[in-house]
Ligand binder design. Structure first.
Ligand SMILES: [Zn+2]
Length: 174
């Protein structure tokens, strides 16, 4: 396994739609392992392949938290096949927008179809943090960031803040 570099916004790849995965093979499973390791090291609860520069429809997540045993999930070609009517607003962050947080409205419940690590097609009924995480990561596969759900003004403000924080970080490490 190896840590991958996480792309930081604004990066063209983060605004690009990813292509469907054609085969779940050992190479893809290696990518899954690298992504999980990168996500845990960050630390984060979800990571999409475009965030490590791979333009394929693959996401990994683990919403178990510190109190439970690790529960890594790898979703290949995930798609939301049904959404509940209720929505819920909660704060989100993103490994590609470090130290930036905002409240985002999401569906409270989503039904997801995906291919698993072994190449089997599966379906999953999600709610709570898992539903939020799935929607956030799935957005990444379509080149959408959580700030894209906010008003243009708010988005501009947060992206400016991010650019400033990144400049400061570069100065510190220079
Ligand atoms: Zn994200």
């Amino acid at each position: 396994m190896a840590l991958r570099d996480i792309l930081i916004a604004p990066h063209a790849k983060l605004k690009t739609k990813a292509a469907p995965v054609e085969a779940v093979d050992d190479e893809l499973r290696r990518l899954m392992d690298d992504m999980l390791e990168t996500m845990y090291a960050a630390p984060g609860i979800g990571l999409a392949a475009p965030q490590v520069g791979v333009m394929q429809r693959l996401i990994v997540l683990d919403v178990a938290g510190k109190d439970g045993p690790p529960a890594p999930m790898c979703l290949v070609n995930p798609e939301i096949v049904a959404r509940g009517e209720d929505t819920v607003v909660a704060e989100e962050g993103c490994l590609s927008l470090p130290e930036i947080y905002a409240e985002v409205e999401r569906h409270a419940r989503v039904f997801v179809r995906f291919t698993d690590r072994e190449g089997e097609v599966r379906e999953m009924d999600t709610d709570g943090l898992l539903a939020r995480c799935v929607q956030h990561e799935l957005d990444h596969l379509d080149g959408v960031l959580f700030v894209d759900h906010l008003s243009a003004l708010k988005r501009k403000m947060l992206l400016r803040k991010l650019a400033k924080l990144q400049r400061e970080k570069e100065r510190q490490t220079a």
